[in-house]
Design a protein around this ligand. Structure first.
Ligand SMILES: Cc1cc2nc3c(=O)[nH]c(=O)nc-3n(C[C@H](O)[C@H](O)[C@H](O)COP(=O)(O)O)c2cc1C
Length: 182
């Protein structure tokens, strides 16, 4: 599946240590009320923290932050502040305790809704579990709003392709929905 959006997930451990990691098995799955999901291949620190605290942030991974995003994917020990290791400032959220990435132009505050394990038809348990979150707060930087609308060419979202490849969205064009007579 390409391109895939990258959910750059921040969370807090039960000891209050900030954690940050990218997940590209990620998407928005409902608008009203808003829900997102990501899938964790094995029990990683993000899932452990989210189960412990019931909350997480989806930060938008953008072109300008690609190196920091990549650094945050390294496998750090649970007690390590991954914002510090990625060279990123934290910013507070309004409705949850987990911090967001200050430099990311868009962030979604999420509350854990459910975690769904996946089991194949033959009973094989998948390594991955899917984590669903309800969005309870949205941050958008004024710097990416033009005439009251988000300007994607200012945001330049990063997406994941196959292999070790990524793409940057920096060209946008509209297509009108067809009517019955078109
Ligand atoms: C662009 C990108 C996308 C990734 N997507 C996923 C994913 O969807 N699921 C997953 O389990 N790991 C994914 N990873 C790997 C995790 O980011 C990595 O295992 C990380 O160390 C997990 O951190 P945590 O233990 O702090 O949660 C991805 C890595 C990169 C660089």
């Amino acid at each position: 599946m390409v391109p895939r959006p990258i959910g750059w997930i921040s969370s807090l451990s039960s000891d209050g240590i900030a954690n940050l990691a990218p997940y590209s098995f990620f998407n928005a799955v409902s608008g009203v009320p808003p829900f997102v999901m990501f899938s964790s291949a094995g029990r990683k620190d993000s899932q452990t923290n989210i189960e412990a605290t019931g909350e997480f942030v989806v930060n938008m991974a953008v072109a300008d932050l690609k190196d920091a995003m990549n650094r945050s994917s390294a496998s750090f020990a649970p007690g390590v502040d991954e914002f510090a290791r990625a060279g990123l400032e934290k910013a507070p959220c309004h409705n949850i305790s987990a911090p967001r990435v200050a430099a990311s132009p868009v962030a979604l505050e999420c509350v854990l809704n459910s975690i769904v394990p996946l089991t194949a038809r033959d009973g094989t348990k998948a390594r991955s579990e899917v984590i669903f979150g309800e969005v309870v707060g949205i941050h958008i930087s004024d710097a990416v709003i033009v005439d009251g609308m988000l300007d994607i060419t200012r945001i330049r979202p990063l997406s994941r392709l196959g292999y070790m490849d990524y793409a940057i969205i920096d060209e946008v064009f509209p297509i009108a929905r067809p009517t019955e007579t078109d």
